[in-house]
Design a protein around this ligand. Sequence first.
Ligand code: B12
Length: 246
Amino acid sequence: MVTEHEGLAREFQHVTKPSEIEHVKSLFEGKDPLMREMAYALITGDQHTVDRLTRQALDDGFSANDVLDDGLISGMAIVGIKFRDNIIFVPEVLVAARAMKAGMAHIEPILSESGIEPIGAVVMGTVKGDLHDIGKNLCIMMLRGAGFVVHDLGVDTSPQEFIEAVADHDARVLGMSALLTTTMPNMGRTIQSFEDEGLREDVKIMVGGAPVTQEFAEDMGADGYGKDAIACVDMAKELVGGAARA
Ligand code: B12
């Protein structure tokens, strides 16, 4: 793969599946050198450089969305491939995740800045047994930016915690995130718990996370699915439009 960044060129050698080569190409080709530098710093877990370059990019006039997509998420795509193929392990991924968070800290105030009237309350959390929160946190930033009041339950959230939070905050929408095939069924269990308590009609439920599909969402009885943070906002708006509460 062609890149002027030596470190990244070495990283690309880890991408060997034809479909992934195409995907990674589309993530990096034609992107600004600053974004490539940022992606490389994220892959190598260099949080101070990610922190510095994110600030610099925003100061230089790059949009928060471009920094997120072209600098941070593209870097995380390579981390995911290396992790799956046992080239790196949990400690390295944790360090990359910390670098991602260092960059997201600068983006958050921009994405969450909303001058519009609150649209409604949303409860968001990662399901029981699952500790992945980067994607959920991105969704939360975008939801806040779109005018939702979001209550973040964090990770490893039990069905009972979801139920209590929805009631406490009078939330119209609940969003659940799962990144593991082993924890995806906990979305269905949570939906079942709402049904068991006679509360299912009170809230609209949307789901997401890398392994989750539209089909899986429908099978579980969710009201909506979103493939990324933008789709999450669109779905929340759609669900609020049709939600039971005013
Ligand atoms: C970072 C990471 C970790 C970090 C998490 C740090 C953190 N604070 O989140 C750490 C190191 C802790 C970790 C641990 C583990 N991980 Co991990 N991890 C990843 C990795 C590399 C990136 C995930 C990520 O952040 N992606 C970037 C974000 C932006 O994308 P996203 O999460 O998909 O979110 C987007 C959408 O999905 C959507 N979305 C997300 N949530 C929601 C919710 C709603 C409502 C909506 C609408 C949309 C939506 O919008 C988001 C923004 O666009 C993935 C690989 C990958 N490519 O996914 C593996 C991966 C998910 N992990 C994996 C595994 C196996 C594990 C471990 C079991 C490893 C181990 N042996 O211990 C543990 C499990 C720990 C646990 N109990 O949860 C596997 C899962 C395989 C599977 N089939 O289940 C993956 C796929 C890696 C792999 N290819 O093998 N991991």
